[in-house]
Design a protein around this ligand. Structure first.
Ligand SMILES: Cc1ncc(COP(=O)(O)O)c(C=O)c1O
Length: 492
């Protein structure tokens, strides 16, 4: 009798351990995978395979440091050899695999190029990863404002005059972080700015997250690897056929010690870096560099030419030109930027998704932006062309006012890292005007902060948040259910 009771208790305990959990991620992804879409969104592989990549083998490739493999954090074998091959392709001194995206690569770059308390310059339309890297590194930051191209209603490039002005006001600059290309494909005259910085012995870090493909086609702007930057960051998952999270950090001078870069790479990344990511990046670079890969890139550039040519003759449609002489800056035209007069960008992106199964990466107040990679086909571009014509003819239009420069000039009153760690309180955004922010206002995508810690909050921020909320662009950094609260510094 006693034994029987004991058994029942054990059985009950075992039963309690089985919980039939739901699998919402798997279910959704499976459902989505049934839908055919024309894809101009990250990741760059477009869910298509290429010569040399057999997805069926991936489970076999998920390995670790074991017999015959190597260790990313102390590479001596196949990983070392593979990274040397990548460096050979890009013509740089060293390339490192990074398994935490360009975000991770930016943090490694900033932490290896600077010491806490150093002052750096950041191009203001940089990604949040740069700002967070500055906080993690304990840096003081001054910002460089790109100019605004009012005619095309887009944030343009960074001019050398702005760099010279900010440098004349800040003598003790250790490093500079430049963006090349921007989300809109804008590149500018990077070489000129690199030279100005190197004359002053300033380390040049270039966030080329959106540009690892540019090296492989002569019609695209030159890569920062060719232009002499010291540290270059590439998101292989964005424009090469590689998986999300894959990235490269290139070291191209002796201004930063490669051993410091390796040290930071060890400190900031998992001790179990994914072999799937590393081999996938290796294959993606190998394929893009191959005759077939280069031909695909060149063909898709021609398809973009044809699209632009045809759309530029249609009333009401604007495409940001690929023709460099029509712009004041060089541009990576694989970032397709289309506007239909009278239809806001976010609405156009929704229409394309809902009614045409075409997914664009991003929309701002006026444009949609699609990322074209060598894994897109001419048919993808034709479908987009037909959809844009159809929408232009058949959808309701409204009057849209001209936008002013959407990039707010920051009023920096405290170091970004000090403000981030300062005593703080939470206020309604409307009550926080005039206070120092301890947080971000960061519209996402593209993840470019409009307000960072240490900056004075102004009425402009209130207006911007209102405008972005109205068109459904999400804002990271604000708190509360209604996203109307912000963390501010308590001033002593
Ligand atoms: C300009 C820029 N840099 C860096 C990043 C971060 O890249 P990742 O997603 O590879 O971490 C992004 C992400 O969108 C970006 O737009």
């Amino acid at each position: 009798m006693l034994i029987l009771t004991y058994n029942i208790i054990i059985i009950k305990n075992i039963e309690k351990r089985y919980i039939d959990i739901k699998t919402p991620i798997y279910n959704k992804l499976k459902e989505l995978s049934q839908h055919q879409v024309v894809d101009f969104q990250f990741p760059g592989h477009r869910k298509r395979t290429f010569d040399g990549l057999d997805y069926n083998l991936l489970p076999m490739f998920d390995t670790t440091e074991t017999f015959g493999t190597d260790n990313l954090h102390s590479p001596e074998g196949i990983i070392e050899e593979s990274m040397e091959e990548i460096a050979r392709v890009y013509g740089v001194k060293h390339s490192l695999y990074v398994v935490n995206g360009s975000t991770g690569a930016l943090h490694i770059a900033l932490m290896s190029a600077t010491n806490p308390g150093d002052r750096i310059l950041i191009q203001r339309n940089s990604h949040i990863g740069v700002y967070n890297g500055a906080i993690l590194s304990g840096l003081d930051v001054e910002y460089l404002m790109p100019y605004y191209d009012q005619e095309n209603q887009v944030v343009g490039d960074l001019k050398k005059e702005e760099v010279l002005k900010v440098l004349s006001e800040n003598e003790d600059v250790k490093a500079i972080v430049l963006l090349h290309p921007s989300f809109y494909g804008i590149c500018g005259n990077l070489k000129e700015i690199i030279d100005i910085c190197h004359e002053r012995n300033i380390i040049v870090i270039v966030d080329e997250a959106h540009g690892p493909h540019m090296y492989f086609n002569d019609r695209l702007p030159k890569s920062a690897c060719e232009l002499g930057a010291d540290l270059i960051i590439h998101s292989s998952h964005k424009t090469l056929p590689a998986m999300t999270q894959t990235a490269l950090l290139h070291v191209n001078s002796d201004r930063v010690d490669i051993d410091d870069v390796r040290l930071m790479s060890r400190m900031l990344q998992t001790t179990s870096p994914s072999y799937i990511f590393m081999t996938n990046t290796e294959l993606a670079v190998n394929f893009t560099d191959s005759e077939n890969g280069r031909k695909r890139l060149s063909d898709i550039c021609e398809a973009i030419d044809e699209l632009e040519e045809k759309l530029s003759n249609v009333k009401g449609i604007h495409v940001l030109s690929r023709k460099q002489d029509e712009l004041f800056y060089s541009r990576d035209f694989t970032k397709l930027m289309i506007e239909i007069e009278g239809i806001k960008g976010a609405r156009l992106r929704n229409i394309l998704h809902e009614d045409y199964s075409i997914d664009m990466e991003y929309a701002d107040l006026r444009h949609v932006i699609g990322i074209v990679t060598l894994m897109n086909t001419r048919e993808d571009i034709v479908k987009l062309y037909e959809a844009i014509l159809d929408i232009n003819e058949n959808y309701e239009k409204i009057k849209i006012h001209e936008f002013e420069n959407p990039l707010i000039r920051p009023d920096v009153v405290m170091s970004i890292s000090k403000a981030f760690y300062a005593n703080s309180e939470i206020l309604k955004l409307e009550d926080a005007v005039g206070r120092i922010s301890a947080s971000y206002i960061n519209p996402y995508p593209p993840g470019i902060p409009q307000l960072a810690p240490g900056e004075r909050i102004t009425k402009e921020h209130l207006d911007l948040v209102k405008e972005l909320s109205e068109v459904g662009i999400s804002i990271v950094g604000l708190k509360g259910k209604d996203k109307n609260l912000i963390k501010v510094v308590v001033e002593e």
